[in-house]
Design a protein around this ligand. Sequence first.
Ligand SMILES: [Zn+2]
Length: 504
Amino acid sequence: MAYRVLIAQFMHETNTFSRLPTTLEDYRKRWLIEGEAMVPRFTGTRNEVGGYIDSVKKYGWEPVWAGAANATPSGKLTKETWEHIRDMIVDAAKKAGKLDAICLSLHGAAVTETEDDAEGALLEALRGVVGPGIPIVATLDLHANATLKMARHANALVSYRTYPHIDGYERAVQAAALVQDALEGRKQPHCLLVQPAMLEGADHGRTTQPGLMRDLLAKADAFETEAGINVVSVQAGFTWADIPYTGPSVAVSYEPAAEARAKAVAAAMLDEIWKRRDESSSDYRPISDAIAAAKAGVGKEGPLVVADGTDNPGGGGYNDTTPVLQALIDAGVENVAFGTIFDPGTVQQAIKAGVGSVIDVVLGGHTDASMGGPVKAKAIVKMLSDGSFKNDGPMNAGVETSMGPTAVLRIGGIDVVTISNRIQTIDLQVFLSQGIDPRTKSVVVVKSVQHFRAAYAPIAREIVLVDSGGICSPDITRLKFTKLRRPIWPLDGVNDPYAGAARA
Ligand SMILES: [Zn+2]
């Protein structure tokens, strides 16, 4: 008889310092899909759900599709939002009758008004439904703030090994293969987690250049070849969360006979993260450097890509800060594509005026004026659309995305993609779908800190990452932590990675 396997997705990276609560409406803007409607939406895509869909076919499982929920990072989930998504998944498990396994696609850094460890609470609830003997596996984002509770109730936590995250599909396939091994009695996976007394580490997980994170993953790969070691996952953590569990961690899925070895593996990984805690490849520069590079590059082949990393909506940035746009206007830089500014009010103004009209805009800077007030300018309405497109990838290839009602506004020599749903600029379709070819531009501005590199590094003449004073600032002294476990590096003097740390 076919194995009955429940599959569900719950994703959110919560920036608890954001003033924007995350609502069901925010989920609907990306996706909130109940039950088996998740299958047509993700069949053929390269995300985790796409990986699980193909695994169901490969192993001949009888699937129970619970639903899929994903929203752009922002503040804490409202109680109603969290309970709706939790109940969608847990009720599906209750109604399913006998289940043989559960495969989840989680982020691992979701915080709600009532839960500091939402994924831990979800796993605990599911474990309560199916009991101790049923394998539960979860894929995690590389930026999960993973917890002991997650490890206790899961049999494996399988995190991305790329940043930009282009291996969601592969990680789901890996998790599903482990489940199949468990179902057929070849494996009995258990999970443990260690977390050092560190707020940040593992170079935020960057894998685009040789260095710490690639070294850690090479170590993890080597450990995974050992008998009894199923999965070694490194989570770099997500800094902008005021919860006890913020920071890097290591999760090891192991066979019972290899428990001691698994603990040694986790300790070796943790020691490496601790020893190399000062290593960072982050290269934030002031906006003036980007303007200088734009001026120096006039007439050269290919665009300068300016990454407005501290307003990255992928980390909870408001997606509407204006210092970079204002600086480009003030400097008179031409042939620029700017993606994006979140300003639904200005989009509606443009829709009312119509394509070809000239309007006076008060653009962006509405969420927190201390990060730069609105840009006041005359703008030509170049194009209007519903803002939907399918990602070219490599990240999230094939996944449908909606920017909501969208207007391309020409201000001086700058085409500003003005949107109604906050989204990170990771795909060339942010521009291509709006009639703008970024390859022909002198300057392309993206609201992203790292993920943009997957699609934009191949077309870029040069990349400059700027700190525009947004909420995702790398200056952690600006963040007021009240719930974080202490002591913790680098905020406190810490000489022992296990001081106040989470152990196996
Ligand atoms: Zn991530």
